[in-house]
Write a protein of this length. Structure first.
Length: 94
């Protein structure tokens, strides 16, 4: 589970609130730093900051956790599940 505290870079705006460090992502997901770096490289976890240490939006980490749950329960690849979720989100009313 992701803690409710908020990490905000000095240059961040209110929209950037709820940023998590790599260590926070590791703690929230129970995986290694190497796995988190792999998710970043494969596009599963976008970096939310442009400068300084990488930070991630809490919503993106929660979405990744949803991807992992779907992937493990359906025996599908995370990239396939991500595409399905993006299509589902595109049809959701705003």
């Amino acid at each position: 589970m992701i803690a409710d505290d908020c990490i905000v870079a000095p240059s961040a705006t209110v929209e950037d609130c709820d940023l998590l460090s790599i260590a926070d992502v590791v703690a929230a997901t129970g995986v290694s730093r190497q796995t988190v770096h792999g998710w970043i490289q494969r596009g599963h976890l976008p970096i939310a900051t442009d400068d300084g240490p990488a930070h991630f939006k809490r919503a993106d980490v929660r979405r990744l956790q949803e991807l992992r749950r779907h992937a493990s329960s359906s025996n599908m690849r995370m990239a396939t599940i991500r595409q399905w979720l993006e299509t589902k989100d595109a049809h959701r009313p705003h």
